[in-house]
Ligand binder design. Structure first.
Ligand SMILES: C[S@@+](CC[C@H](N)C(=O)[O-])C[C@H]1O[C@@H](n2cnc3c(N)ncnc32)[C@H](O)[C@@H]1O
Length: 269
């Protein structure tokens, strides 16, 4: 196999951009050429293929490759307790009200586009720290590979180091392990399940959620596709349920069923 070129022919790049859009809804511009190339190269090498064109042909003739393609192309960046003001709201307002009004009910939470699960575990810790123990979280993502980290509950590297230095008490209360590696205890894991799901179809869990975290994923979609995703998500959100978005996301200009409550926080009307 020869050296793979970093750049593509224009038509190859356009084909890849169309395939990414087709399989994930992610809209990439031609400016992302080198990122697309870097992300796909390890897989092309693994398959011992000679060119990006060969990879496109392989992808188009092997349905099973779609999963690997999606794993390679998605951006899975996340952290524990990302965007502090959301956790202030969730702990001090949402859960406080929930305890008053729904003492006996199970709180159903969807962590959509959950990536490696740090958000789902942050939700679980916030519930337990605020005295809510009857709750279930489902974490979903289009990438099956990244969900394996959440399912394992084992974290190491940058996110684990940062979490342990910012929240040493929570580390001791909810995780085992030493050094960089930390392993979620049953007290957290038993509340969370992970499964793969593409936001372009409604979630078939049968659950009407009380609150949905849909953070830092809409930014990857075109306006009209954001609207489709928001509509799908609304089918799984209770009337007056809460939708939480990511820090650089706004849905003010879109036609949706959500009403603005405070920055990044919406209710389903
Ligand atoms: C940047 S991460 C956000 C993780 C977390 N929600 C947060 O805010 O930290 C974006 C995630 O969206 C997922 N994603 C992209 N397109 C998706 C789709 N069509 N359906 C479901 N998940 C998708 C990616 O796999 C990735 O894990």
């Amino acid at each position: 196999m020869g050296e793979l070129k970093l750049e593509f022919e224009d038509k190859t790049l356009l084909k890849l951009i169309n395939l990414i859009y087709h399989h994930t809804g992610i809209a990439m511009s031609e400016k992302k050429e080198s990122m697309i190339s870097m992300r796909l190269r390890p897989r092309i090498r693994e398959l011992k293929l000679d060119s990006f064109e060969d990879y496109i042909a392989f992808l188009e003739s092997h349905n099973t490759e779609v999963e690997k393609f999606v794993d390679a192309i998605t951006t899975n960046e996340t952290t524990f307790f990302r965007t502090p003001r959301i956790w202030e709201y969730f702990g001090k307002e949402f859960l406080k009200d929930w305890k008053k009004d729904h003492a006996d009910q199970c709180l159903n939470i969807w962590s959509a586009a959950a990536s490696s699960g740090e958000e789902s575990y942050s939700i679980a810790m916030t519930c337990l720290e605020n005295g809510v123990s009857n709750f279930k979280i489902i974490g979903t993502d289009i990438s099956k590979e990244i969900l394996e980290i959440g399912t394992s509950g084992i974290y190491s590297g940058r996110n684990s180091i940062e979490f342990q230095s910012k929240f040493p008490l929570l580390k001791d209360r909810y995780f085992d392990g030493s050094g960089e590696t930390m392993i979620a205890r049953r007290s957290l894991k038993d509340h969370i399940s992970f499964s793969s799901h593409n936001l372009f179809s409604p979630l078939k869990s049968g659950t009407q959620f009380d609150i949905i975290f849909l953070r830092n994923v809409l930014i990857y979609f075109k306006n009209e596709d954001q609207q489709k995703v928001l509509k799908n998500v609304s089918f799984n959100l209770k009337k007056s349920g809460i939708l939480i978005l990511g820090e650089s996301e706004s849905i003010a200009r879109l036609e949706t069923s959500y009403k603005y409550k405070s920055p990044l926080i919406y209710t389903n009307e």
